[in-house]
Design a protein around this ligand. Sequence first.
Ligand SMILES: [Zn+2]
Ligand SMILES: [Zn+2]
Length: 382
Amino acid sequence: MSPMATQRDYYEILGVAKSAAPEEIKKAYRKAAAANHPDRNPGDAEAVERFKAAAEAFDVLGDTEKRALYDRYGHDAFSRGGRQPGFNDVNDIFGAFGDIFGNLFGGTPRGGGSRAMRGDSLRCGIRLDLKQAAFGCTQVVEIDRNELCATCDGSGAKPGSKAEKCAYCGGRGQKIQSQGFFSMQITCPACRGAGEIVRDKCSKCSGSGRESKRIKLDVKVPAGVDNGMQLCLRGEGEPGDRGGPRGDLFCDIEVAEHPLFQRHGQDLVCTVPLSFPQAALGTELDVPLLDGRHHLVIAAGTQAGDIVRLRGKGMPDPHSRRRGDLLVQIVVEVPRNISPRQEELLRELAEIEKKDVSAHQKSFIEKIKDYFATDESADKQP
Ligand SMILES: [Zn+2]
Ligand SMILES: [Zn+2]
């Protein structure tokens, strides 16, 4: 970046007043960094420049001493050491302001020093049937995961050789660079922040210290899980850099549909078909449960759509373990094909019903009459 071209006022870059409080400056920088973050603007060179400019401005205004100097001398305060304050590499920004990015982007800062860094998290899926979801189970998941290279034990150096401490930064991974009245910390360009340099690379992992392995893990699934839930296995992600802790493994739960039960949260719905005589006369039948069966007495005169609630026969709540209900929903089926004898009996039944119309049917017939009457008179109006 050309120093002269970016001599814009630091307050102007961050869009804050000269009197802005430190918190305000920090907030403005976070906003600018988030908007122009290289991860969110892939291939946008202008965004990277804005990202760098905001970092440069914050490097000065975010520090009480540097800000005081800037307020007094302007950009001149920092031009005496020959080098402008600024960041050549985006990773230097992450190194310098890692703590801000840490909670801004929910991840670990990239680059930046030889301190240990937590490994990346991994994701996998677990498919269950409804019974497994209801009662819990142990599932085996297979994932591809980086492990420390067994040949070099993760060092990246050929067996028998050792990684050497980086002479340029003395093994710290950071370099102090003087600029005018103050000095700034940057990621060591010689070792890229690792603090050490591998001369004889391990042939197995080409110096990365990692090798991808397919591993199997037993995952204990608690009772009551549902679609879209996620289990987190702490410390089962990728290994961290420089001895940092492993990331986590997130397992997405997917529960397959069941042929008999529909799930509504903790409740299950099971549809039970009855014939017209069964519904009219009442009957007894076994309804399926997740574990076994339940003998159900259907009362005479049961209507289509009636629901029988079996308390505590649904899915357990994963937190409270309290179980929901099983709702038995009655449907009355009309036969598609009937025998001549069935037809004979149904016609006989229809004859009786014509003479002996139920109260419900009677009121329906009255309503229909009224409806047609008003409808027809409305039609006659001009
Ligand atoms: Zn190796
Ligand atoms: Zn170094």
